[in-house]
Design a protein around this ligand. Sequence first.
Ligand code: FES
Length: 136
Amino acid sequence: MAKDLYSKVVMEHFQNPRNMGELEDASAIGEAGNPVCGDLMKIYIKVEDDVITDITFKTFGCAAAIATSSMVTEMAKGKTLKEAYDITRDDVAYELEGLPPIKMHCSNLAADALKEAIKDYLREAGKEIEGIDLDE
Ligand code: FES
């Protein structure tokens, strides 16, 4: 049963996702997909002075994908671009108090889509930040 498979935090974020939807005045958008399950995630960020002042997501995916998107938006809001870029898949899973092994790959989507959004912003703005490889 999903109830037993997921931590309380995962269930809570799945049932009450934070920051869901499109961001009208987004500075950049990042997208990540999982070719195995076909799930897709979009992250919208608003950036001011290299700080993520607002962030939302749209996820077409499983319960774990929705919970990880919700969590990553909470983790990234208010952080500098570099701090947000350094959020790893494991950080997201840790904050969710773990994901079942068969669902660990779902946390990749959130961290990857966030990284793509940050890179999209830097490319558009013609900026570079040390430690962020735009060609990666
Ligand atoms: Fe596809 Fe979770 S099963 S992201």
